[in-house]
Design a protein around this ligand. Structure first.
Ligand code: FES
Ligand code: MG
Length: 582
């Protein structure tokens, strides 16, 4: 990397002139007590903060921002912190996914319109990571990700419990009559007992690992617990590094290359990562002009052993993952077996992915297992296509039951999430363990926002019989903390006219993961007839809300196979300095 301190700073177009405009830009900033020398050729670094008390996972971010600032100042930069829309997974209804694109627009326009030379992206809760990377990628400025870090292990009745995963487990135990509602509620405070994000390998931890595997963060960013002092050291070092990245001209397009995405896909398989990564990586790649296909997940990811033994697929939590060596230990293990597709991919510290991780210490072979003793032989994401999912669907084999990976069963159909809730508890529901639960209208347009409802809880009457898993199919997503033989992201979704919408109770469905096939066993003629009848009904459906952001969302959102971005947001628009405002 060449350091060029004479490089013209983007921020100089605001702060670097002695005319009326320069006066205005500087003068108003000076009301914050900023001395004149801050405006003299220092890189202006935005700290893009998703802090919010409504996003509990990111509620400690003001403290992280302070440490980032220390690093920026130490390296000779001028830090300016600014808020962006905070997509909190736990509180936002109908789903935080509805506003991921909104947040990305906020980020993109905040960067482009302001006197910034680079940004530090403070991310944590699931959607905040892709939203900020998408927005920054569309501007192609130097950017570095600082994640808030996972919560400490949950503790309940002397045992470790994992965010989210324990909720699914305990709620099924309540329904099966094995524990009382009081026992259930007693676990609440124990599950979330420190600052930070979900401590399972859910979507937040997955996306933190993806950011590190993509090369957009410093090593170890993914796993250091939120309350560990080393998290704040990492924030400080990231602040120092982003200033150097400005002088080196190390923008996101030099890091977010096709090579980086292929590395990330491989890493997702090795960590047993969330299915949500399929959608988010596609959306980030789309902003950068990298054409990622669903089949890349098969080509690059399948056959990779899952070696990280974390819930929901395995046993441990993020705290143990960090103590075992974190993502660097995984990358070293993969690289030594020639399982990193592109060791030479560039990262934010100016070194390649392999240079950063080739000597990483490995402290615990139970948490980060050896390749000859994996948690799952073939991790990765299974892509299913067929007449039921012409544009693809996904399934996470590491969270599924091996005996259900090839299955033929009769459909039990729910028209939407409300219908599912109304019907699933019916003791007369015609369902057995071999049935296939099918839920419609939970996709991007249908829900709207493609909520994490795809891991439908099983019928209580089957739970009481001891049934633990069934094949479930929908156009929804599922929480990264959930598990089961769950086919998700069926595209096109029912509300966009996809064939999922024509499935009826009693139809036979065939799923074969190794063949990548999802088939509705009706004739082509029957399919065509039902599709015609369905199209007439669909044309009459009115969205629940007229106008507002939801209308924009429903009109312009792309399907799951395209990353659920808005059609008009795909691509990199750069960060050319806009016209003056006065
Ligand atoms: Fe925020 Fe899981 S709910 S990280
Ligand atoms: Mg989640």
């Amino acid at each position: 990397m060449t350091i060029d301190k004479k490089r013209t700073l983007r921020s100089a177009a605001w702060f670097g002139t002695a005319d009326k405009n320069g006066f205005m830009y500087r003068s108003w900033m000076k009301n914050q007590g900023i001395p004149d020398h801050e405006f003299q050729g220092k890189p202006v670094i935005g700290i893009c903060n998703t802090w919010s008390e409504l996003t509990p996972c990111n509620a400690h971010f003001r403290k992280i921002a302070e440490h980032v600032k220390r690093g920026i100042i130490e390296a000779g930069g001028f830090p300016v912190e600014f808020p962006v829309f905070s997509n909190g997974e736990s509180n936002l209804r109908p789903t935080a996914m509805l506003t991921r694109n909104l947040a990305s627009m906020d980020v993109e326009e905040s960067i482009r319109g302001n006197p910034l030379d680079a940004v530090v992206l403070l991310v944590g809760c699931d959607k905040t990571t892709p939203a900020l990377l998408m927005g920054a990628a569309s501007c192609d400025v130097p950017a570095i990700v600082v994640t808030g870090g996972p919560m400490l292990n949950g503790k309940h009745e002397g045992k470790d419990i994992g965010s989210g995963t324990v909720v699914w487990q305990l709620s099924e135990q309540v329904k099966a009559g094995k524990i009382s509602i009081h026992e259930f509620m007693a676990a609440e405070a124990g599950m979330s007992r420190s600052a930070g994000t979900c401590n399972t390998m859910g979507t937040a931890s997955t996306m933190a690992c993806m950011a590190e595997a993509l090369g957009t963060s410093l090593p170890h960013n993914a796993a250091i617990p939120a309350v560990d002092a080393r998290r704040y050291v990492l924030a400080h070092m990231s602040g120092m590094r982003i200033v150097e990245m400005v002088w080196e001209g190390l923008t996101l397009s030099k890091i977010l290359t096709r090579k980086a995405f292929e590395n990330a896909i491989r890493v997702n398989a090795a960590i047993g990562g969330s299915t949500n990564a399929v959608i988010h990586l596609k959306a980030i790649a789309g902003r950068m002009g990298v054409d990622l296909e669903l089949e890349d997940w098969t080509r690059v990811g399948r056959g990779t052993p899952t070696i990280v033994d974390l819930q929901p697929s395995g046993r441990f939590l993020m705290e143990e993952f960090y103590y075992a060596g974190g993502l660097p230990a995984v990358l070293r293990r993969l690289g030594e077996a020639d399982l990193i597709p592109h060791k030479d991919a560039m990262t934010v510290n100016g070194k390649t992915l392999w240079e950063n991780n080739q000597d990483a210490p490995q402290y615990n072979d139970e948490v980060i297992r050896k390749l000859d003793n994996p948690l799952i032989d073939d991790g990765g994401i299974c892509i299913l296509r067929g007449n039921l999912s012409p544009r693809g669907a996904v399934l996470k084999p590491s969270a599924a039951s091996p005996e259900l990976m090839k299955h033929r069963g009769k459909a039990v159909v729910f028209e939407d999430f409300a219908h599912y809730k109304e019907r699933i508890n019916d003791p007369d529901l015609d369902v057995d363990a071999s049935s296939v639960l099918v839920m419609k209208n939970c996709g991007p347009k249908g829900y709207p926002g493609m909520a994490e409802v795809g891991n439908m809880g099983l019928p209580p009457k089957l739970l009481a019989q001891g049934v633990k898993d069934m094949v479930r199919i929908s156009d929804a997503r599922m929480s990264g903390t959930a598990y089961g033989t769950v086919v998700l992201h069926v595209a096109p979704e029912a509300a966009a006219g996809g064939p999922l919408g024509i499935v009826q109770d009693g139809d036979w469905i065939e799923m074969d993961c190794s063949a990548g096939r999802l088939h509705l066993d009706i004739s082509d003629e029957e399919m065509a007839q039902r599709q015609t009848a369905r199209a007439e009904k669909l044309a009459q459906v009115k969205p629940a809300m007229q106008g507002g952001y939801q209308s924009l969302y429903i009109d312009r959102v792309l399907q799951a196979d395209e990353g659920c971005d808005f059609d008009f947001l795909v691509g990199c628009r750069g960060a050319a300095v806009p016209k003056h405002s006065h």
